[in-house]
Design a protein around this ligand. Structure first.
Ligand code: GTP
Ligand code: MG
Length: 269
């Protein structure tokens, strides 16, 4: 299966006027996160349908003329992108020691829990196969996920961080709701993780939510401490609450960003 997209890259960072943005939105241009670029996905089979092709061409021309009228430097590129039904994902868990990273993975992959604490030495990789529905067209996507677990000893972890997080498509940052210091440490973990992985989806898990009487902070405290637009989920590796859902949500975000990433790579190649 193939899919055609047109990407519009603005050569300067000048803001587009609202009227143009409105027209582009109607024509299904989607802004690329963090880039002065937009993509328009061609409807299926457009290239074989003269009427549909004319429609797309007109939309492109309209935008082009408007940009030229404004004297804005720009570049269009139309390309074919993959539309595969099987993808690999690498997900990394980060966060202070004993917050429950290994336990969350154990719950997700094996549906088991252990009260004992055996700290992770170095890192460990587990695998999980899952099937997702594509957020856009509902087609089934088989995902082979590798889940990377790292020790929570920050000093030692820093030594491994770049090789461990390299190539990750998503990050799960974990803190322990019964221990405020683990929230305070989280931003450092996230900054270091994103520095290696780039602009990838990130999800925050506030773990040990089964310990109702021992909460040391709230959802609002998390939002205040982490100034990112990340999803926040309260989980319990012990009861399994929200664990599957959290991994699933992250996988969906990765799936959504997957094509964007491919487009950006092709555009900047
Ligand atoms: N009550 C409760 N205890 C948990 C939960 N998750 C983990 N634990 C316990 O917390 C301790 C630490 O869990 P681990 O999963 O080993 O923590 P970790 O983040 O992998 O620790 P490091 O490998 O040292 O970085 C263990 O005793 C677990 O049984 C949870 O959701 N609820
Ligand atoms: Mg561990």
């Amino acid at each position: 299966m193939r899919e055609m997209v047109t990407c519009l890259l603005l050569e300067e960072n000048g803001a587009l006027p609202d009227e143009l943005i409105d027209v582009m939105k109607d024509d299904e241009w989607v802004p690329l996160k963090g880039k002065s670029a937009f993509i328009m996905k061609w409807p299926k089979d457009t290239e074989n349908d003269p009427v549909a092709l004319k429609d797309v061409t007109e939309k492109l021309l309209n935008v082009k003329l408007a940009l030229e009228g404004m004297g804005m430097e720009h570049r269009f590129s139309t390309m074919e992108i993959g539309n595969e039904d099987r993808i690999k994902m690498k997900v990394c868990l980060i966060g202070d020691k004993a917050v429950g990273k290994s336990s969350l993975i154990r719950r997700y992959v094996l549906d088991q829990f252990d009260d004992g604490y055996l700290k992770t030495m170095g890192s460990k990789v587990s695998k999980k196969a899952l099937v997702l529905e594509h957020p856009r067209d509902g087609r089934e996507i088989r995902v082979d996920m590798t889940v990377w677990d790292i020790m929570g000893n920050k000093g030692l972890a820093d030594l491994l961080m770049s090789s461990y997080v390299h190539g990750a498509q998503g990050i799960i940052a974990v803190c322990d709701v019964t221990k405020k210091s683990t929230l305070e440490g989280l931003e450092g973990w996230i900054d270091d993780g994103l520095e290696v992985a780039g602009d990838v989806p990130i999800h925050i898990l506030v773990n040990k939510a089964d310990q109702h009487d021992e909460f040391e902070f709230s959802r609002d405290d998390v939002m205040e401490a982490i100034n990112a637009g990340s999803g926040v989920t309260f989980t319990s590796a012990r009861t399994g609450d929200n664990v599957e859902e959290a991994f699933h949500d992250l996988a969906m975000s990765i799936l959504e960003s997957h094509q964007e990433r491919e487009i950006v790579e092709k555009m900047t190649a």
